[in-house]
Design a binder for this molecule. Structure first.
Ligand SMILES: [Zn+2]
Length: 158
């Protein structure tokens, strides 16, 4: 969510890597049975897994909140891995959101959620669409700019 966090590694006797985020620190419990050569890749996968779950949780909270507030209800919301887009809204109002948004500031993630919800009403990027986005997210231009300037480096993390 746009902030750098410390990662602490601990030895563990369990079989799988466990990730706990507490007090703004990531604590990773690494099984001693994992050989050194595999450690880096497995830690990366464990963190990606954690971030995907966290993104799904945060997106769900935002969608529940905004759908009700703006009366824009998606059929369902999916979290995806996408290398070129942050979100999409299909003709049946199925919304896809990229889990990498978890690396962006919370307000930017919120903007993308609102953007896709607004497509339920306006299925294009017309002036009406942007007016609707602005109504629900007055600072949207700032968040779009952030994505333009930082989005590529976030997606490169894949
Ligand atoms: Zn759009």
């Amino acid at each position: 969510m746009g902030e750098q966090r410390q990662i602490q590694l601990h030895d563990s006797s369990s079989k799988r890597i466990k990730v706990i985020f507490d007090n703004q620190v990531f604590m990773l419990y690494i099984p001693v049975s994992i050989v050194d050569g595999d450690k880096h890749a497995l830690i990366r996968l464990a963190l990606i897994d954690w971030m995907k779950n966290k993104a799904a949780e945060e997106v769900k909270k935002m969608v529940d909140n905004y759908a009700q507030k703006y009366n824009l209800y998606p059929r369902f919301v999916r979290i995806k891995t996408q290398k070129s887009r942050w979100g999409s809204c299909g003709i049946h109002n199925d919304i896809n959101l990229n889990w990498l948004l978890i690396l962006a500031p919370e307000k930017v993630m919120e903007y993308v959620v609102i953007h896709e919800l607004c497509h339920i009403k306006e299925r294009n990027h017309s002036a009406n669409f942007w007016n609707l986005v602005e109504k629900h997210c007055p600072d949207y231009k700032k968040h779009r700019l952030w994505l333009k300037q930082n989005g590529r480096s976030i997606m490169q993390g894949l």
